[in-house]
Design a protein around this ligand. Structure first.
Ligand code: DDH
Length: 288
């Protein structure tokens, strides 16, 4: 009963599973990208669509998909996300009844699950909005900053310390690109598989400044093939954050559970649902 409507079409849970399956199929099909998957950049699209939320004014968030429009799409933090939006265009064409804002968050859910992450219960209800709803620049985190910045940005969305650390574990996925953020390299050895490696590496590796002309970032001293941003390192410099890094480094199940709960919350920030949390769909993961 929570489906989207266009004309007389009323989407069911099965219809959303079909959208999921189509994205999963394209993830396998279009493997000639980055480390072999669009998965990480789809997760980043869903996060940047959602992470503009401001709890005080109830503006921003995944409702609206306003990153489609130039002011927001051109924000520095969103560089490179056109790859993810373009990847999803054929899906939107095949299922025109779904809103972009539901599609982007559903794609994030699909990418996480298909990259062996936890099940992320999801529900529809987002509506696309026009350019007037674009959020101002500066709502997403700046990687050159410290723990105070992390708390300010994620506190504005309504998250606590534990949730901030759990969300950061998404950096087990994907990589930095010099032509997007200026930073370079992946955080973990398997950037297309969701793990708790980000936390284990933060705890176990020795990290030093990378010697290069790019922005200040860390590299692991043993292989010099992995990276950490200043904001990543802030999670072990800050005692309160570090407690959670330690917990997640030790226990991948605990991380998956807490990550799932917090990303459900992230993807629903500011969405005017008519449905209840019980209406969330747990999508079936594809068989290999
Ligand atoms: Fe992130 N992230 N992120 N991130 N992020 C980058 C890439 C990816 C920060 C900065 C960067 C989250 C939190 C933070 C993903 C998911 C999430 C890049 C590199 C930068 C820079 C972009 C590029 O060059 O292509 C900062 C700062 C923070 C912070 O918390 C302070 C969160 C919360 C998530 C999430 O999904 C919940 C993913 C995935 C990527 C890899 C993208 C790719 O193309 O690969």
């Amino acid at each position: 009963s929570s489906g989207e409507t266009q004309g007389i079409f009323k989407a069911t849970k099965d219809d959303y599973q079909k959208v999921y399956d189509e994205i999963a199929r394209l993830l396998v099909d279009k493997d000639d990208y980055d480390d072999g998957s669009y998965g990480p950049v789809l997760v980043r699209l869903a996060w940047h669509a959602s992470g503009t939320y401001d709890a005080a004014t109830k503006t921003g968030g995944s409702n609206g998909a306003t990153m489609r429009f130039a002011p927001e799409g051109d924000h520095g933090a969103n560089a490179g996300l056109k790859h993810a939006r373009d990847f999803l265009e054929p899906v939107k064409a095949k299922f025109p009844w779904i809103s972009y804002s539901d599609l982007w968050t559903l794609a994030g859910v699909c990418a996480i699950q298909e990259m062996q992450g936890p099940i992320i219960p999801w529900r529809p209800g987002r509506q696309d909005r026009d350019v007037a709803f674009c959020t101002p620049d500066g709502r997403l985190p700046d990687a050159s900053k410290d723990q105070n910045h992390i708390r300010a940005i994620f506190g504005r969305m309504g998250f606590d310390d534990r949730e901030m650390v759990a969300l950061s574990g998404a950096h087990s996925l994907g990589r930095c690109h010099t032509d997007r953020s200026g930073y370079d390299g992946p955080w973990a050895f398997s950037p297309t598989v969701m793990t708790n490696e980000y936390f284990r590496l933060l705890m176990d590796e020795k990290w030093g400044w990378k010697k290069w002309n790019g922005p200040a970032q860390y590299e692991d001293q043993s292989t010099k093939s992995l990276m950490m941003l200043p904001t990543d390192m802030a999670l072990i410099k800050d005692k309160e954050f570090k407690k959670h890094v330690e917990r997640y480094a030790k226990d991948s199940q605990v991380f998956f559970k807490e990550f799932s709960d917090v990303i459900v919350k992230l993807f629903e920030l500011g969405v005017p649902f008519e449905s209840t949390p019980e209406d969330r769909i747990s999508f079936k993961v594809s068989d290999d």
